[in-house]
Ligand binder design. Structure first.
Ligand code: FAD
Length: 454
């Protein structure tokens, strides 16, 4: 393959397999997914992205995109990988309360830069994910019940569509692009930068509490009743957690089965304590790290892995969390289960996440999300995919049948991919894709199938 014309048309480096720099550029946070594209373009500008997409189109090659590899659900096996890591602009406008964010930027940099002005962006459970990749999937923030999905706060996108054209898309401009970029993942194009709204949040009452896993039945039962009493300012999730016996895991949790409650409350400490009291009353915790904390330290709530790991994940949206649902969760991942999964979590949705906004975000119709993750490490690696299928499958009687694309896990056949959106949204996304990516170049990851030409 002759990439000299491509290399001359872009500012960033172009790598072929075997080149120095190739392995580093394709490496994903999810170590179980090894990308092996024919060409990597390490983009340094929106023009680089456009040139890469046009070149791929001329050579009929598929195009993938990666910032961090947190969402590397499937390997990119051929074609062109556009690496956005070099699109690293972060500009805070404290007067307009916005951040302009390049496609390669992780939340950590935005949180730190915004915090200098007492401002905050709608980050999810970890600041290590890419702002753009996360937001294109809707982006479920820790404070979502109060402020909605991250994509609800995007002011504008700069995007190279699958036909190689550059567009500037303003929020609410009525275009299909604006609609499809809010929750439609990377289906219509490669976003090169975004402008997002920032909020005046300096700190919150929140953190993590851990109990011994034997208490899981009581804790899940109390959790299900308790969450009904919470205002939208209070976000909560609960996880059945089995951390491996590795030295880097803190001693009380190492190799143990525990229950991990994660909370974030936008209010004063006294009211936070009062609202949290029913959970604290269940039993004395092993660890209680709830208190006032700077917003920029919100990684302390979920305590997601900070370093690359091999993993697989899967999820579904729940209509209810009744006693039967809890029993089914416990059967799969409770104290008596031989469960190989790192975590099985239930997140409370609702509040500002619900509602009838017109966009491609899924999850607005469900009060809970169930999500399961397993480490693909010996000796349990082989058991993980089946255990994820089992726990998600066991939720069928209470599931909406749908998923949020950021929590979907490995995309399967067309019917499985369709579960990440409602049926009308999926069809509209397919039509948008047909118009902005007519050659179906963007067909990796959570790509919707191309429309039948007939
Ligand atoms: C530990 C962990 C915690 C998480 N917590 C949350 C959470 O709380 N809330 C939540 O909503 N999600 C969460 N996620 C899911 C995460 O938002 C998705 O995996 C997201 O895709 C990560 O984006 P990325 O750019 O970091 O990853 P990448 O693997 O680099 O990208 C993943 C995909 O995003 C798309 N994409 C990325 N960049 C672009 C671009 N510039 N243009 C077009 N498409 C692009 C592509 O489809 C790409 O394949 C979590 C994931 C992990 C691993």
């Amino acid at each position: 393959m002759d990439v000299s014309a491509l290399a001359q048309s872009v500012n960033g480096p172009v790598y072929r397999p075997g080149d120095e720099g190739y392995a580093e550029e394709v490496a994903a946070f999810n170590l179980s997914r090894q990308h092996t594209p024919d060409v990597v373009v390490a983009a340094r500008s929106a023009d680089d992205v456009a040139a890469a997409v046009r070149w791929a189109g001329e050579h009929a090659l598929p195009v993938g995109v990666q910032a961090t590899g947190h969402g590397a659900v499937l390997p990119i096996t051929d074609g062109v990988l556009v690496s956005t890591r070099g699109l690293d602009e972060v500009t805070i406008d404290p007067v307009r309360r916005t951040a302009r964010v390049g496609a390669g930027v992780k939340w950590r940099r935005v949180l730190d830069a915004a915090a200098e002005h007492g401002l905050a962006g709608l980050c999810g459970s970890t600041s290590d994910v890419g702002v753009v990749g996360y937001t294109l999937g809707g982006g479920l923030p820790v404070l979502g019940r109060k402020y909605g999905f991250s994509s609800d706060r995007v002011r504008s996108f700069d995007v190279v569509t699958g036909d190689g054209q550059l567009h500037h898309v303003e929020a609410g401009d009525g275009t299909e692009l604006d609609w499809a970029l809010r929750g439609g993942k990377g289906n219509v194009g490669i976003v090169t930068s975004m402008e997002v709204e920032l909020l005046e949040i300096a700190d919150l009452y929140g953190g993590a509490i851990f109990w011994p896993g034997a208490l899981a039945p009581t804790l899940l039962t109390v959790f299900a009743e308790w969450v009904d009493t919470l205002p939208d300012e209070f976000s909560a999730s609960i996880s059945l957690l089995r951390l491996p016996p590795l030295p880097e895991v803190p001693a009380p949790l190492r190799g143990q089965f525990t229950v991990h409650l994660r909370i974030a409350y936008l209010g004063d400490d006294a009211e936070g304590e009062r609202l949290l009291a029913p959970m604290r009353a269940v039993a004395p915790p092993m660890i209680d790290m709830v208190g006032r904390m700077p917003y920029a330290e919100l990684d302390r709530i979920h305590m997601d892995p900070e370093h690359p790991v091999p993993f697989e994940e899967g999820g579904t949206l729940l209509r209810e969390l009744g006693p039967d649902t809890i029993e089914a969760i416990l059967e799969q991942a409770g104290p008596d289960a031989q469960c190989p999964l790192l975590l099985v979590e239930v997140r409370l949705l609702g509040g500002a996440l619900a509602g009838d906004r017109t966009d491609a975000v899924s999850g607005r119709d469900a009060p809970y999300s169930l999500f399961a993750v397993g480490a693909l490490m010996p000796p349990i690696a082989e058991a993980v995919p089946g255990a994820i299928r089992a726990v998600v499958g066991a939720m069928a009687p209470w599931s909406t049948g749908g998923t949020m694309v950021n929590f979907h896990g490995v995309p399967g056949d067309d019917a499985d991919r369709a579960r990440a959106w409602s049926a009308p949204t999926f069809e509209r996304l397919q039509r948008a894709k047909a118009s902005y990516d007519p050659a179906n170049l963007l067909r990796f990851g959570h790509a919707v199938p191309a429309l039948d030409p007939a």
